[in-house]
Design a protein. Structure first.
Length: 229
């Protein structure tokens, strides 16, 4: 359990800050194996520099690691596993959102930093909706995490350690059991497909309905272009 993990684990340097523009910006100043978290992120951002709307009291944290091996699968699996510990059944909406009760609960952003052609580090930013937001009907509040933010982070890290021991094939097998809309029929590019989950390289895998053709989607604009049939 997370309490035992807190006592034994000293790999990660965890720091809380009262407020910041973005934890992903703050973490760039820290060494690897560091985590910064706050309950007041003023200007969070998401994929392709889209904004992530946070309210004072929502949890935002970023981690810095010197490995990008399977981190896309490891982080998402660890988040839904930690959420389950706190009483929530969560599903991964490709490529980097987590849904609870058909509403967005968590957003994840992966950033790999390079100096020239040399890889430096990977930064992972996580934004979690804790508070109720009546003005944002697509989001859900996770009030079980309120007052337990640090416990949640340690619980999450416990699963990161666990899933880091798995190979990519086994991680993919696990993650595809928790795909939002898995097996659903969708209309995309004027063809009927079935959502099969993540492909080996992290793309969205679709199968053309009643045929043997497969399609791997790499552009997240798919989420705006498909229709459920």
């Amino acid at each position: 359990m997370w309490a035992e993990y807190m006592e034994k684990n000293n790999k990660w340097k965890i720091k809380k800050i009262d407020s910041c523009l973005s934890t992903n910006i703050e973490i760039r100043k820290e060494k690897n194996m560091s985590i910064i978290y706050t309950l007041y992120q003023k200007q969070g951002y998401g994929k392709c520099c889209s904004s992530w709307i946070s309210f004072k009291g929502d949890l935002a944290f970023s981690m810095s690691t010197n490995s990008n091996l399977n981190m896309d699968f490891i982080i998402l699996l660890s988040l839904i596993s930690a959420l389950k510990r706190f009483g929530y059944n969560a599903y991964i909406k490709w490529p980097n959102d987590i849904m609870v009760d058909n509403k967005k609960a968590v957003g994840v952003l992966f950033e790999s930093l390079y100096k020239g052609n040399n890889y430096i580090k990977t930064i992972i930013g996580v934004g979690i909706n804790i508070l109720e937001k009546k003005e944002l009907p697509y989001s859900i509040n996770l009030l079980n995490l309120k007052g337990n933010e640090l416990k949640f982070i340690y619980c999450f890290l416990e699963f990161v350690d666990l899933f880091s021991k798995y190979n990519r094939y086994d991680l993919r097998e696990k993650i595809n059991k928790h795909i939002y809309m898995f097996g659903k029929d969708v209309l995309y590019m004027n063809k009927n497909y079935v959502i099969l989950g993540f492909s080996e390289n992290g793309r969205l895998l679709l199968k053309e309905k009643n045929k043997t053709n497969y399609l791997e989607v790499s552009n997240s604009s798919f989420l705006n272009d498909y229709k459920i049939t």
